[in-house]
Design a protein around this ligand. Sequence first.
Ligand code: DHB
Ligand code: MG
Length: 213
Amino acid sequence: MSQELSQRCQEYVSQLFAREDAILSYVRQQTAERGLPQISLAPNEGKLLGLLVRLSGAARVVEVGTLAGYSGICIARALPDHGKLITIELSSLHAEVARSHFEYAGLADKVTVMQGAGVQVLPKLTKDAPYDLMFIDADKGNYHNYLAWAADNLKVGGAVVADNAFWGGNIFDPKSEDDHAMVAFNRALADHAGFDSTIIEVGDGIAVGVKTV
Ligand code: DHB
Ligand code: MG
């Protein structure tokens, strides 16, 4: 498919299936207004993430990289009634903004925001493993560590999902440390004997791996 047609198809899907509702629009707007990085998922990526949660039947989800809570809202909305999301955020400001957004979205009872670095907080969650799904959207240099945690702490049949698999195309001509980290992450996931994986070509690339052993 030509690049032009591919873009037209993505826009078609987005407009038909992934129209942002008032709550997600508010969160995106607040993210900008409060000076947080404007790197939340695109609406069609958020839609896909929610569908993956729903399709997998995940009830216990861990996210690394909360930011303002946009992806967390997409996840939490797709959970069953008893479902819970634990989301980890390094920045105390982002964590506070995200908590207010989960409150605003009526999801506060389903979501726990833990403030701290992913590699520091994740070991505290292992006692309650296994989890059903992990979403990675944080510091690129630690994606390999997050994948290792997923391999150890997801149930068989559980899924690891990661944003930025294409890293804006930089995986094809890696220069920075983050570029190389994403190349290494994609290869590690592809080669991992414990995951059946691919990259879904939506947005910046959503890597998905189902734990097989
Ligand atoms: C960046 C990080 C992200 O997770 C993203 O989706 C886009 C950009 C960044 O750090 O630049
Ligand atoms: Mg991202």
